[in-house]
Design a protein around this ligand. Structure first.
Ligand code: UDP
Length: 492
C-alpha cells in the first residue's frame, strides 16, 4: 500500500519506550511502509530478533545501528539502555549521550533509501526535532502515554491549579470529562519535580521537552479510541493530528514474540509458564512493577508478606537493583521462599510479562501503572490492583480505578523519584497488600462486575486492531497523511 513512504523511528532507549516503539514499527511495516528503527548495538542485540523475524516474513523493516558514546558521558561501558544504569542519578548523562546520535544520524540521512518521509521520535529526544527540520520532513512524536494523561497534562499546564495547593491537599483535575481528584504529591515531575539537585536539573529539561513537543506535526498514541473516547475528544480540541493506534502489545501474536518482547532470550518455556499451566483458571495474581522500579528492601518485604498472607497463588517479579542481594538474602533467610513454595513463584530480573498476562490462569495484575503495563493489563482482560510509583502513573491509576472501573487502588499516596528511592518510607504495608488482593479476587457482585468490565475492554482492544477496527483504520489514515505530505513536498 505504501512502499514509497519511509518512517525513521528514533526511540528513547528505555524498556517502557523502546518496547512499544518496536511493536509500532512492526505494525507500520505490516502496512508495507518502509520502517527504519535507529538503535545502538546492544539494543539491537536485545530487541532485534523480533524485528529480523518480521523482515524475514517479507515486511520492509530495517535496523540502523549507531554507536552509543556511553563512557564519554560518564556512563559505564556498554550502558545503552536506561535499565542498565547503575543509578538513575545518571539519567541526565544518558540523555546527553543520546543527543550525540544526532550528528552520525544526519551524516547518514541522505543515504537512506527511499529518503525518509517522516521522523517518529520519542518526544523526550528533542534533538530529533532539529533533524526533521533540517531535512524538511514531519516530526511526529510518541511518548507512550494515555489520552487521559495527555489531556490532564495539557490542562494543568494551562490552569496551573497545582501551583495554588499544598502537597497533600486534594484538588479537582481541571477540564476532564469526569470529576477526578488528586494531590500535588501524586503528579508527574513536570508539576511536582522533587527537591534534590538532580530534580532541579531535570526540571529545565522537562520544560524544554514540553516547549519542543508543541511544535510536533502529530502524536501517535498507544491506546484505542473506545477505551478513552471522551478524553480523546477533549484532547482533540487542543491538539491536531492525534492517532490512537494501539494497543501495540497485541501485535505479538505468537508465544515466541510475546516471550521475546524486551529481551533476546528465548523464554517461552519459562518456569513460570509451566507452573501457570498447573494452576486453576483465573486464580493467580501477577505482580510486576515495571522495568525501572526498584523497591527498597523494607517495602519489598511488606509486599511479599502481604502476598503470602493473602493465600492466593502469585508470581512476583523482583528487581532490586543495587539492593538485590539484600532482598534475595531475606527471601532465603526469612524462610519466605520455603513457606510459599508451590504457591508463589519469584522471578528475579526480566519477566515475559505479555506471555504471562495472556495465560488463562492469571486472575489479576498488581501493576505500578506504567502506561504499557496498564494497557497490557487491559488486553489481558483481568482486573488490576494499582500501585503507582513515579512519572504519570497516578493518572493511569485514576483511569483504571475511577473511569474504567476495572481496578482497585492499593492506596499509595505520593510519587517516588527515580534515584531517590532510599527514603526508607514504606508506603504500603503488608495488611493493605493482603486486603487488596482479597478484594480483587473476591467472587461477590463487586468483584464480578470488575471482571466483566475487564473482559469488555479486552474484547474492545482486540477489535480495535482487527480489520475494520478503529486503531487499524487510524494507522492507515496516519500513513496516508504522511504519503500525501510527501507527495505534495509539504514543509520542504
Ligand atoms: N516488562 C517486561 N518484563 C519485566 C518488566 C517489564 O516485559 O520484567 C515490560 C512490560 O511488559 C512493559 C514495559 O516492560 O511493556 C514496561 O513499561 P511500563 O510503561 O509499564 O513501565 P516502566 O518500565 O516504563 O516503568
Amino acid at each position: 500500500m505504501a512502499s514509497n513512504v519511509h518512517f525513521l523511528m528514533i526511540p528513547l532507549m528505555c524498556p517502557g519506550h523502546l518496547i512499544p516503539m518496536v511493536d509500532m514499527a512492526k505494525l507500520i511495516a505490516q502496512h508495507s511502509a518502509t520502517v527504519t528503527i535507529v538503535i545502538t548495538p546492544r539494543n539491537a542485540a536485545r530487541f532485534g530478533e523480533v524485528l529480523h523475524r518480521v523482515f524475514a516474513s517479507g515486511h520492509p523493516i530495517h535496523i540502523l545501528q549507531l554507536q552509543f558514546p556511553a563512557t564519554e558521558h560518564g556512563l559505564p561501558e556498554g550502558c545503552e539502555n536506561v535499565d542498565d544504569l547503575p543509578t538513575f542519578k545518571l539519567t541526565k548523562n544518558f540523555f546527553n549521550a543520546s543527543a550525540k546520535l544526532q550528528e552520525p544520524l544526519e551524516d547518514i540521512f541522505n543515504d537512506l533509501k527511499p529518503r525518509p518521509s517522516c521522523i517518529i521520535s520519542d518526544k523526550n529526544l528533542t534533538w530529533t526535532a532539529d533533524v526533521a527540520k533540517k531535512f524538511e520532513i514531519p516530526w511526529v512524536i510518541f511518548d507512550g502515554m494515555s489520552c487521559f494523561t495527555q489531556l490532564a497534562t495539557h490542562n494543568l499546564c494551562v490552569s496551573k491549579v497545582h501551583e495554588r495547593v499544598g502537597d497533600f491537599d486534594p484538588f479537582l483535575l481541571p477540564g476532564l470529562p469526569d470529576e477526578i481528584t488528586m494531590t500535588k504529591s501524586q503528579l508527574p515531575g513536570l508539576f511536582n519535580p522533587g527537591k534534590s539537585p538532580e530534580a532541579k536539573e531535570i526540571t529545565s529539561t522537562r520544560g524544554e521537552i514540553r516547549a519542543t513537543e508543541i511544535g510536533a506535526y502529530g502524536i501517535l498514541i498507544n491506546s484505542f479510541e473506545e477505551l478513552e473516547r471522551r478524553y480523546l475528544d477533549e484532547f482533540r480540541k487542543v491538539k491536531q493530528n492525534i492517532w490512537c493506534i494501539g494497543p501495540f502489545s497485541l501485535s505479538n501474536k505468537n508465544d515466541l514474540d510475546k516471550a521475546q518482547r524486551g529481551t533476546n532470550g528465548s523464554i517461552t518455556n519459562h518456569e513460570s509458564i509451566s507452573w501457570l499451566d498447573g494452576q486453576k483458571p483465573g486464580s493467580v495474581v501477577y505482580v510486576c512493577l515495571g522495568s525501572l522500579t526498584r523497591l527498597e528492601p523494607p517495602q519489598f518485604i511488606e509486599l511479599a508478606l502481604g502476598l503470602e498472607e493473602s493465600d492466593s497463588p502469585f508470581i512476583l517479579v523482583l528487581k532490586g537493583g543495587s539492593r538485590s542481594e539484600e532482598i534475595e538474602k531475606w527471601v532465603k533467610e526469612d524462610g519466605f521462599e520455603k513457606r510459599v513454595k508451590g504457591r508463589g513463584v519469584l522471578i528475579h530480573g526480566w519477566a515475559p510479562q505479555v506471555l504471562i498476562l495472556s495465560h488463562p490462569s492469571i486472575g489479576a495484575f498488581l501493576t505500578h501503572c506504567g502506561w504499557n503495563s496498564t494497557i497490557e493489563g487491559v488486553c489481558a482482560g483481568v482486573p488490576m490492583m494499582t500501585w503507582p510509583q513515579f512519572a504519570e502513573q497516578f493518572f493511569n491509576e485514576r483511569l483504571v480505578v475511577e473511569v474504567l472501573g476495572s481496578g482497585v487502588s492499593v492506596g499509595a499516596k505520593s510519587v517516588m523519584y527515580l534515584g531517590e528511592e532510599s527514603t526508607g518510607v514504606v508506603q504500603v504495608k503488608r495488611g493493605e497488600v493482603c486486603k487488596v488482593v482479597k478484594r480483587i479476587m473476591d467472587d461477590g457482585i463487586e468483584g464480578l462486575e470488575r471482571r466483566e468490565k475487564a473482559i469488555y475492554f479486552r474484547e474492545m482492544a482486540e477489535n480495535a486492531i482487527e480489520e475494520g477496527g478503529s486503531s487499524r483504520l487510524n494507522l492507515k489514515l496516519f500513513i496516508e497523511d504522511i504519503m500525501l505530505h510527501t507527495k505534495k513536498g509539504l514543509g520542504r
